[in-house]
Design a protein around this ligand. Structure first.
Ligand code: LLP
Length: 420
């Protein structure tokens, strides 16, 4: 069931709590998450991949609110991180260091050092240069770093170009063609400061078709098996994230087919498995609430000018992403098409174009659906707009996760040099 449904009076609710009540007390723009939905979706994912075994590391980049991470941690999740900042968040929210996987193409020496000092579970290295850096930093500490090698198996994931990571033309992973990855793994195995943890792939995000996963995982399995054939230790295969979600209706993702695919491919393979889901756990468990400031009649359409903008939710602008938009209150008959736009001074500042919506007036509240993943985390203060705050409904209680900063706090981060 969707986390956002209408009650008998037609009011849209988050896990049973009317959004109109939440916006009245917390203001707008505001991200509202269903903690109940996040917990359910995490458990459904963990259950679906359970038979294949392995560890689930939630990809913090999708939603790194401490309250969300803490909820997932309580339900057994580890974390997939891509920066020292995300490591600090994971640790603060109660994820043990040993259950953190550090991904990403450009980890700095400071970040690697901090990860080793914290006792990180796994670092996914993406280049020979990075393996060398990890080895050097581990050597200086007299320790062995747990390193998996992210490989590039050259599979097109059939998704938006900006979130495709599986092809050789991208910056990600080390190619399995021409022995590059195999040679590097052999060097890792021979390095006294590295404990080879296995192999990793992540081919992209918002992937709705299982076929690219099957091709990438099959390639990973045969590569890992070949390395094992040489007598090398390859304990684990990290299968990344990438499962797509329904952005039209917000229907919960069915993880069953994915779980079956993984079981079929890896049953009896002897590899431990790892997973890094992000979007599929949180996307449809969050909305961005926004109030109408003005309704302006253009030549042949309405512009509904709202108080959320591209600085709060960048996905429509950056990826032409579709987010369904609906009134929070009871929905009247459709009046005609409308562009839902923000106050930022760019034509690309829109949340939705040509949407068939009822009559709207200043003060009405709209919900931008499926905004729980890559929403608040990608916000900025462009146009000196403090980004939206975040709240979560969990077990019938509303929790503030992050209050919206005010402009005084933004200005306090800066200094004016003594000039002139
Ligand atoms: N693991 C790695 C190494 C990743 O790079 C990513 C996402 C994930 C896991 C999680 O993938 P997911 O399950 O969420 O698809 N900002 C974009 C999405 C960027 C995804 C980047 N990597 C968007 O809003 O669509």
């Amino acid at each position: 069931m969707s986390s956002f449904t209408r009650n008998a009076k037609g009011h849209l609710c988050a896990a049973g709590m009317p959004l109109s009540r939440i916006v009245a007390s917390h203001g707008s723009p505001l991200y509202v998450y269903s903690g109940d939905g996040i917990r359910d979706d995490y458990r459904r994912f963990a259950d679906a991949v359970g038979p294949a075994g392995g560890a689930v590391h939630f990809a913090l980049k999708a939603n790194s609110a401490l309250g969300v991470i803490a909820l997932l941690a309580q339900n057994g999740a580890g974390a997939d991180i891509v920066s020292g900042g995300e490591m600090a968040r994971a640790l603060t929210a109660g994820i043990p260091a040993g259950r953190i996987v550090f991904s990403g193409v450009g980890k700095s020496a400071d970040e690697i050092g901090a990860a080793l000092d914290a006792g990180i579970g796994q670092i996914n290295a993406e280049s020979p240069q990075e393996v060398e850096a990890i080895s050097r930093i581990a050597a200086a500490r007299g320790m062995q770093a747990p390193v998996a090698l992210r490989v590039n198996v050259d599979v097109a994931p059939k998704t938006h170009a900006k979130i495709s990571t599986g092809q050789r033309s991208t910056k990600f992973g080390v190619s399995t063609a021409q022995n590059e990855a195999a040679d590097l793994y052999r060097r890792m195995a021979a390095d006294p400061h590295i404990r080879p943890a296995g192999l990793a792939v992540h081919i992209g995000s918002q992937i709705l078709d299982l076929d690219p996963f099957e091709r990438a995982y099959t390639a990973l399995l045969s590569f890992g098996t070949a390395l094992r054939g040489e007598g090398l230790e390859v304990p684990m295969l990290d299968l990344g994230g990438g499962i797509g979600v329904d952005y039209q209706d917000g229907t919960a993702t069915d993880f069953t087919a994915y779980g079956k695919l993984v079981s079929r491919l890896f049953a009896d393979s002897g590899f431990k498995l790892g997973f890094e889901p992000g979007r599929s756990i949180v996307a449809n468990n969050g909305v961005l609430l926004t109030r109408v400031i003005y309704v302006k009649d253009g030549d042949n359409k309405r512009f509904v000018i709202v108080d959320a903008a591209m600085n709060d939710l960048l996905r429509p602008t950056l990826y032409e992403a579709h987010h369904t938009i609906q009134p929070v209150g009871p929905v009247g008959p459709v009046e005609g098409p409308a562009d839902i736009v923000g106050p930022v001074c760019e034509t690309g500042d829109y949340l939705g174009l040509d949407r068939m919506l009822p009559a709207l007036a200043a003060g009405d509240c709209l919900a931008v659906m499926s905004a729980g993943a890559y929403g608040a985390v990608m916000a900025s203060s462009y146009n000196s707009r403090p980004p939206a705050g975040e709240v979560m409904v969990l077990d019938g209680t509303l929790h503030t996760l992050r209050r919206r900063r005010d402009i005084t706090e933004l200005l306090a981060e800066e200094t004016i040099p003594a000039i002139g």
